[in-house]
Write a protein that binds this ligand. Structure first.
Ligand SMILES: *Cc1c(COP(=O)(O)O)cnc(C)c1O
Length: 451
């Protein structure tokens, strides 16, 4: 590296990196990034990497997007922050009204947090508290799907089913219930994705028929279970889920933290099932990857459960940066881009284009379950070598693309500004990296099945 990067060596000590066994960085160097530009991340030698996973799924419209940057800059000169208890400001009101008008159903009340996990905590607490305020304090349990991911704070982790994250902390977690995932890869011979959805819904129904009096809510990632390896399922499951939750008076929490903001082809994934949840959790793409922000939208019925003369009936939850004006202005700029550029229509064309280019990958003898929903593509590698994820990451980086496989699942979640030339590089480099790793599967490995 030509630039003076004496700080790079210190990063291993001073910074404890997320989702990482730090000792692996004895052999796998950290990648110092100097700047971002559209789909590209650039290191200090000017080498560029196509960010095919939108930096953990947050970066919708490219790095250093000038429109989002300009909106934040303008807000910066006006009001950087004010506490949201007892005070308010224009960006948070505008954002709440616009989200409510875009979301399905009647989700007219927005409660803000700073990251995805805190949005999940808010939804879980609000659901329980709303039943309690109605005199049903026995509804204390939550149901989630097998292979679900809802974040890693203790409450969110207790509805998460990814062993590498949750097993260690099991003694600290609430006992919740996991029901089968409608993941279509679990289809028996002759079964369709709809059949799998109906089979999984029947198990949920049987559970709630027995336990509804103790259950506050069911929480799901609509259409795509992200962190467990991009498991995709039929919208019929969500329709059944809504009916079952209504039948047994249980809340439905839609965690659209990963799939919201156009990722599955519609602005919100729930739209594809034509349903509205009782709680909608949003984060990740909400600011286009510029600033941390999350929000939970809920219904007039839930809001009314807290509206009372008694303070303790209120939702007394708070985070210091709740509704930060800079983050809200970034989110407003994101919504402006969706409207001005008709992003959803553009994404349909882009998805068609990439679907035409992927044939060689689809037909690769080691590729299984090639799948796509909206702007998410994924496939599994048959008999993947032990350290596959790390090796493929390294082989892809050498070819100028950023991939981060989850176990033996390779996926793309590109920024929506991706163009045809980038797609060609993406397919070619992914194929090349695969060939390299599968023909030279070096390395023992403690395989890290982390997203
Ligand atoms: C990423 C994610 C979360 C957690 O969000 P953080 O901002 O990482 O805390 C929760 N749910 C889903 C579906 C996610 O993908």
């Amino acid at each position: 590296m030509s630039a003076n990067l004496d700080w790079l060596q210190r990063s291993k000590q001073a910074v404890w990196h997320p989702c990482t066994q730090m000792k692996q960085h004895e052999t796998l160097p950290l990648v110092p990034i100097a700047r971002g530009d559209g789909v590209w991340l650039e290191d200090f030698d000017g080498k560029r990497y196509l960010d095919a996973i939108s930096s953990w799924w947050v970066n919708l419209f490219g790095h250093a997007n000038p429109r989002i940057g300009a909106a934040i800059r303008q807000q910066l000169d006006t009001l950087e922050h004010v506490m949201l208890a007892g005070f308010t400001h224009r960006p948070v009101v505008e954002l709440s009204e616009r989200l409510a008008s875009l979301a399905p159903g009647e989700l007219g009340h927005c409660f803000y947090g700073s990251d995805g996990a805190s949005a999940v905590e808010i939804a879980l607490k609000m659901s329980f508290h709303s039943w309690r305020n109605r005199g049903q304090a026995g509804k204390t349990r939550f149901v989630s799907l097998q292979n679900s991911y809802h974040g890693e704070t203790l409450g969110a982790l207790s509805v998460t089913d990814v062993a590498i994250f949750s097993d260690t902390y099991a003694p600290l977690l609430r006992q919740n219930v996991q029901v089968p995932s409608p993941d279509w890869r679990t289809a028996a011979p002759g079964e369709s994705a709809q059949d799998v959805a109906l089979r999984a819904a029947a198990v949920l129904e049987a559970h709630l028929a027995e336990h509804h009096a103790a259950t506050a809510a069911v929480i799901v990632e609509p259409l795509v279970q992200g962190a467990a390896g991009m498991a995709m399922y039929h919208p019929l499951y969500l329709q059944r889920l809504r009916q079952i939750c209504d039948r047994y008076a249980v809340h439905l929490i839609a965690d659209e933290i990963a799939v919201g903001f156009g990722r599955t082809g519609t602005l919100f994934a729930c739209e594809q099932a034509d349903i509205a949840p009782d709680f909608l959790c949003l984060s990740k793409g909400i600011t286009g990857g510029f600033l941390p922000l999350s929000v939970v939208l809920t219904t007039p019925a839930v809001y009314a459960d807290f509206y009372d003369d008694r303070v303790a009936q209120g939702f007394l939850h708070s985070h210091s940066y709740t509704g930060n004006p800079l983050a809200c202005s970034a989110a407003l700029a994101v919504l402006d881009i969706f409207a001005a550029d008709d992003v959803l229509a553009g994404n349909r064309r882009k998805a068609d284009m990439l679907n035409r280019l992927v044939e060689p990958l689809k037909n690769h003898p080691r590729v299984r379950h090639f799948r796509q929903t909206g702007m998410i593509w994924a496939f599994d590698i048959d008999a993947a070598p032990p350290a596959f994820a790390r090796q493929l990451f390294a082989a892809a980086m050498r070819r100028g693309i950023l991939l981060r496989p989850i176990g033996n699942t390779v996926y793309w979640m590109p920024p929506y500004i991706i163009e045809e030339a980038h797609m060609r590089l993406l397919v070619e480099a992914t194929l090349g990296a695969l060939e390299e790793v599968l023909t030279h599967p070096g390395g023992e490995g403690d395989e890290t099945v982390v997203p």
